[in-house]
Design a protein around this ligand. Structure first.
Ligand code: AMP
Ligand code: MG
Length: 400
């Protein structure tokens, strides 16, 4: 049995590349950019008026002139006008090009305009070249604005739009299937017999993946070796990644590892020194399908999805390995077995210190899925010790 560091290392070393695809901007949220975004023009592309008012020559104001005949109006979206007489002005609107032969904009609030004459009020505070956003002062044509590898948020989408890219090249997501196993399981919409339960893992894992941008199909397999082999054989052909839940422990009807190995999947590990999630099996059909066979208990499969599948997805998309948040254990805690313990906690910020505090919300073991709704994270308590003191800081897997 390997420890969580070795398991993590093995999972991350099996990262894959799913290629790229072009998507319209509205479908790019959270996706990883696979092209550079460069300025197609200067930012701003023309010297832009930033206040409604009049445009003048600073030199005239400096000489003491305060009254300017209005020659015309420069509206936003109109070609650039030219000021004819150095001693007059043009009315200008926010977003317009600053007219030729002007360099300073005085806002309406500092003016009185009557009968075609703009008079600057006595206590106006006017500075040279004010209220004009110079062409190319933010970025210049050809500059790299967003580099390949960025995670796309509204900020980057705005940049793509302004440089005229209605579609972006992004990392393609893997095609995933979530496979539940177990004769006791029935679909959500059915009424279980007394000895049956509804499948919850399929939905928990599906939503976790969907939050990370991976759409996934769901499939169920009964506890029967041949049926398991047939169904998994099809999944290997049709999906980049399979997330199984259940059937990987020592039970008489736990056929998943045997079926996968019979289908030619290479096992990288089976069993990790952790609780929950000890029976976790990880392997792949090289170059074709990555397989996370998670234990069936709802807390186990959920924790393993967060702790192993998500970091694997990140590196497969070309991102840096996940950095873990950390939190302060709020209460002394004792745990005896020689396993990394993923303690369920409820977090809150301590406003006095600004620290993230983690309060144990232990629950009744890995079958207690209701407890997941009370907690909001797992605190990773290392192996090799039994006592964990209030005030100690540990890595945190936040899942809300
Ligand atoms: P297994 O790993 O197959 O031995 O399952 C361990 C426990 O998890 C059993 O109590 C199963 O009934 C339960 N379990 C397995 N799969 C699911 C699932 N998809 N949804 C909810 N519970 C499950
Ligand atoms: Mg089972």
């Amino acid at each position: 049995m390997i420890d969580i560091q070795e398991a993590t290392q093995l999972v991350l070393s099996r990262k894959r590349d799913f290629g790229t695809e072009k998507l319209p901007l509205e479908q790019c949220s959270g996706r990883v950019l696979r092209q550079d975004i460069r300025a197609d023009r200067d930012f701003p592309p023309f010297t832009r008026v930033t206040m409604d008012g009049i445009a003048i020559q600073w030199a005239a104001y400096e000489k003491g002139q305060r009254r300017f005949p209005v020659e015309g109006i420069q509206a936003a979206g109109s070609p650039q006008l030219t000021l004819m007489d150095a001693g007059s002005c043009l009315e200008v609107m926010t977003g317009a090009t600053l007219p030729h032969s002007t360099d300073t904009v005085i806002r309406y609030e500092d003016l009185q305009i009557e009968e075609g004459q703009a008079q600057i009020i006595p206590d106006a505070n006017v500075k040279a070249y004010q209220n004009a956003h110079g062409q190319g002062t933010d970025r210049q044509a050809g500059d790299l604005i967003v580099a390949s590898g960025a995670v796309l948020s509204p900020a980057e989408i705005g940049v793509a739009a302004t440089v005229g890219l209605p579609e972006l090249e992004v990392a393609r997501m893997p095609k995933a299937v979530i496979v539940s196993t177990g004769d006791e399981l029935v679909p959500v919409a059915s009424t279980p017999e007394p000895h049956q339960i509804r499948t919850s893992n399929s939905h928990t894992i599906q939503m976790a993946l969907s939050r990370w941008g991976v759409p996934a199909d769901r499939l169920h397999i009964d506890d029967e070796l041949e049926a398991t082999k047939t169904a998994l054989g099809n999944c290997i052909q049709n999906y980049d990644i399979i997330l199984l839940s259940g059937g990987v422990s020592k039970g008489k009807y736990d056929y998943v590892p045997a079926a996968l190995e019979a289908l030619g999947a290479k096992k990288h590990f089976h069993k990790v020194k952790q609780r929950p999630g000890k029976p976790f099996w990880f392997g792949e059909v090289e170059g074709q399908c990555t397989i996370f066979a998670l234990p069936g208990n709802p807390v186990s499969s959920f924790m393993c999805t967060q702790r192993y599948v998500r970091p694997w997805l990140r590196v497969s998309l070309g991102l840096e390995p996940m950095g873990y948040a950390h939190a302060v254990l709020a209460k002394d805690f004792h745990f005896k077995p020689d396993l990394t313990y993923f303690l369920q906690v409820k977090t809150h910020y301590d406003t006095a210190t600004g620290r993230l505090m983690a309060h144990p919300v232990e629950g009744r073991g890995s079958g207690d899925l209701a407890n997941l709704a009370d907690a909001d994270a797992f605190l990773e308590l290392p192996r090799g010790r039994n006592d964990f003191a209030a005030g100690e800081v540990f890595p945190l897997l936040f899942y809300r």
